[in-house]
Design a protein. Structure first.
Length: 187
């Protein structure tokens, strides 16, 4: 029988990584326009590389019982999307920003609805729902201003939060141990 235990421990390397993430967040927030541009280019290159790997992976499915065409078309479409993102980074940043704005709106509405149920975290859900809706409306109604800054701000805040979390709590480690079953030891 295998037992799984989840432990949260903080090591020296967790502290070092947390400090580096926090400093990285401050650097990103120092120039959010550059961070937005870099993140859009990163997304584009990841899509191109993923598409190429998908197309190459589809070749290994030839004659193996199906899946070749779906893998080939999927890989090609992701690759083309990556090329388009790299070719038109400003338009891509605008599209990603509008998608983020819509995600803020939808998640805010869901949190607001969930906040009206009798839950222990009711006020936290209501407050975060209203904040998400306001942020979503700001993004949707000011797409030009949000396009150049939103992705960089989100990336910087995420790095700050990850760094602080790593500093305070460390990482979660999953440990498994195998113990013989009771019927095996009785024989």
């Amino acid at each position: 029988m295998t037992q799984i235990s989840i432990q949260r421990r903080r090591t020296v390397w967790d502290v070092v990584l947390g400090i580096l993430l926090f400093i990285g967040g401050l650097v990103v927030l120092g120039d959010v326009v550059v961070a937005t541009a870099v993140s859009v280019l990163f997304i584009g290159w990841v899509a191109v590389i993923t598409g190429v790997i998908g197309v190459i992976g589809s070749l290994f499915k030839i004659g193996k019982g199906g899946g070749f065409w779906s893998a080939l078309i999927g890989g090609a479409l992701v690759g083309v999307l990556g090329v388009l993102i790299l070719r038109f980074p400003l338009a891509s940043a605008g599209a990603i920003t509008l998608i983020a704005g819509m995600v803020f709106l939808v998640s805010g509405v869901v949190r607001l609805i969930a906040g009206f149920e009798r839950t222990p975290a009711r006020w936290a859900l209501l407050i975060s729902g209203v904040a998400s809706i306001i942020l979503g409306l700001i993004v949707v109604f000011n797409p030009l201003q949000a396009t150049l800054t939103l992705l960089g701000v989100l990336l910087g805040i995420q790095l700050l939060i990850d760094g602080l979390t790593m500093l305070m709590f460390g990482r979660v480690r999953v440990e498994t141990s195998t113990q013989p079953a009771a019927s095996d030891s009785a024989v």
